[in-house]
Ligand binder design. Sequence first.
Ligand SMILES: C[S@@+](CC[C@H](N)C(=O)[O-])C[C@H]1O[C@@H](n2cnc3c(N)ncnc32)[C@H](O)[C@@H]1O
Ligand code: SF4
Ligand code: SF4
Length: 410
Amino acid sequence: MFIFISKSCLAKFMTGKIIRNYLPELYALVISRKKPAMVTVNLTNRCNQRCIYCELSVNKSDLGDKALSLADLKWIIDEMAVNKIRRISLCGGEPFLFEGIIEVIAYAGSKGIRCSVTTNGMTAHKLSDNALNVLVRYKTQVNISIDSLDETIQSFTRGTSSALKNALLAIELLGNKSIPVTVLTAISRYNYHSLSGFLYQAYEKGIMNILFQPIIYYSNYPDLPVIERKSELNVPVDKLDILMRELKQIHLFERTHQISTNVYRILPWLEFYLKRAAQTEEGWFFTKVVNKFFCREIYAIIDIAYDGGIQPCGLALATVDIHANRSEGLISLWSKATEELKRDMLLGRYHDFCNGCCHHFSRNMLASVIKYPLQNRNAAIQLGALLAMRFLSVIYKRFLKKHSKPVRGK
Ligand SMILES: C[S@@+](CC[C@H](N)C(=O)[O-])C[C@H]1O[C@@H](n2cnc3c(N)ncnc32)[C@H](O)[C@@H]1O
Ligand code: SF4
Ligand code: SF4
């Protein structure tokens, strides 16, 4: 079947993501990384949902003059432009509650920096035409968090009764403008049994990308105390067989349908993570997946908290403030902020919170395999097979898209 794929289709695929993302990443891992790949900023700690797994739903304090301002964001973007860092992720809290967000996106875009926004979708359906035009002009990627298309489950996990309705309105509005939307889904004890049904419904609604992740059971915001008994929000160990069955169904479905997920990337490690979360296994969950671990994220991402602190990584407390010593420049401040954690990780002195690090683990797993292929040869074989299958399925789906009539209303 693959011999019929047109050269231009294949070439487009090869030249797109591969040249933009994969080759530079490979170079960074094998040869050297000259600069971080992206910046992620929590624009605000304010939020209009009360998710059961998020510290911001219970612990919001007024940041006063420590809160990030538009001027801070412009400084960050200027620094990124000088250092040729071309991607910024705008997160929160709820990023659309940051008043200048559209100005931030336009300012970044004018400097050749592309934004992604991760939102709960509560207010995005009210974006003005001007705002939408900015998102379109600067090729903004929007991630919308939906845990379930069952309103009862979604309202419960997101702590807000209008969560699903608003998120779907936002997806429709953005879809009408051809703004790419990815759905982010937290896998918890409340939705694990219906994930494949969720995928089929999402497909029917024209959603094309879903990223799943289990519950991070350390504090998402290390300046805030972790939610009590948070790890119990994860899928119980005696229900893992049901979860795995659901994920395998998703994996099969997406091979031949125009919807993509990250299931192929989380399958190799999810069980180990969840068993560790439930404390039925000891040690570092990631050492069960790779023999020699390498944390890519502390080299590739600059994490900036809502109070301007530079965090050594998303789960570590900020050690350096962008409001102080600004003249040193972002890269120098970030190097200081990450120095100790980088040293610890290289020496194998992992931190407690590393056991809760699932949001970055797929990338860290791949990086570990590329960096230490001999020590991690078993993982390399498993990953190689998964990646090859994925590659073939992407090519096949592109072929189908080009040569078949649409099967859905949307
Ligand atoms: C922290 S939120 C911030 C952006 C926005 N407020 C939202 O909810 O999309 C970013 C993403 O993290 C997810 N998230 C929050 N707490 C989590 C946890 N403990 N475990 C897994 N995912 C979590 C949210 O569902 C969302 O997809
Ligand atoms: S996950 Fe997002 S929407 Fe939910 S409480 Fe946290 S910041 Fe708000
Ligand atoms: S929690 Fe640990 S493994 Fe995860 S990004 Fe931070 S240092 Fe790396």
